[in-house]
Design a protein around this ligand. Sequence first.
Ligand code: FAD
Length: 393
Amino acid sequence: MTGDSIRVAVIGCGIGGMAAANALLHRDIDVHVYEQAPQLGEVGAGVLITPNSLRLLDRIGLGGAVAAVGASVGEGSRYYREDGSTIAPILTVDSSGWNGMFGVHRADLLGALADAFPAERLHTGHRCVGFTQDETQAAVTFDNGREIRVDAVIAADGIHSTLRTYVAEPSAPVDSGSVAYRGLVPAQQVPWWPAGISQLWMGERRHFLVYPVRRGTLINYVGFVPSHEKTVESWSAVGDVDTLRKEFATWDSPIPRLLAEVTATNWWGLYDREPLTTWTAGRLTMLGDAAHPMLPHLGQGANQSIEDAAALSVFLAGAGPQGVPEALLAYENLRRHRTTEVQLGARANGRRYDSHFQDLAERDAEIAGSVPFRSWLYDYDAEAAALEALAGR
Ligand code: FAD
């Protein structure tokens, strides 16, 4: 790090914050990360890492670590109707044929990102409670009384972001009308479950997704159902296993058989927010769920936050302390359009998966015809796009 290296504070050590911290450090930027929790930890079950983010993790030396804790998901992955008849293959490769898709336990992913980052730069027990800035620097205050002064602040503090209030008007969460039951089943309890593939069944107002995590030793399932009551915006409320079983009792037989092995499940009220029209105020910008909370129906929440991280690192690497506000705006300008499309695309895909169609043949045609959109997602190279935008400025 040189004498005029900028100082960056990332607020929030989720997947987005830790990806940003690693990407910035990889470009020799002086970065520290601050997390409200006393220790790093992730609740929840699996997350799918797709080629558009794995290629970026690879370049900062983390692709191998993620692959080592994940489970490869590849050919044979399929979409089905609720009775088990096949609709179409699930795309798991980019257009070059590279299979960069892994099912990863969220805790394993966060662990891989945190292990690669110097512990002395990671500060737990720091809940951000205030932000100010002037023309030369920004200051963040924490609930433990500490204050830091830096050149740039990156809000990676999730869907309930505290720092968002310094950038955008308050916005209410949008209730999708459905909830998800999520959990894990040890693979040895269901030896008949096919290895190495992702499967998604769809029926009226419901869909069911399954893929492996943790080197195939755990089977991750998510059952999406209509919400019959007002739900909380939480990832980790405890769900009722019998209710979950009833929701899918008449579906393709592997689903009831798998659910017969479930002993505990978590329940997740599905909300997103309308896309924001701005992410940046001077020396403060946002990343990940703070900037673009999305429904999970494209499996892109974590992947888009990793794309944000790679792009941000390109723009900040080229900036001195005075150039930070301009660099952050350039980052936002590149990222906001793509993430808005992904946010809206996730809503549209949820309607497809939950079969909000008069004619199911139309739904099936849309699912089978989704390859160009998936390729648009998976072929994208956020680092190359940022370098190109930087060169064109
Ligand atoms: P988050 O993962 O929410 O991380 C934000 C971090 O900031 C947290 O560690 C939080 O403690 C910290 N923080 C918050 N406020 C402050 C503050 N004031 N000061 C300091 N630190 C603060 N997506 C899926 O597609 N499928 C899933 O199954 C899934 N499960 C999820 C389970 C959980 C528990 C969560 C939180 C998210 C889940 N997501 C899931 C969403 C997906 O993981 C995210 O879209 C993606 O990881 C990007 O998140 P993020 O890092 O921006 O925010």
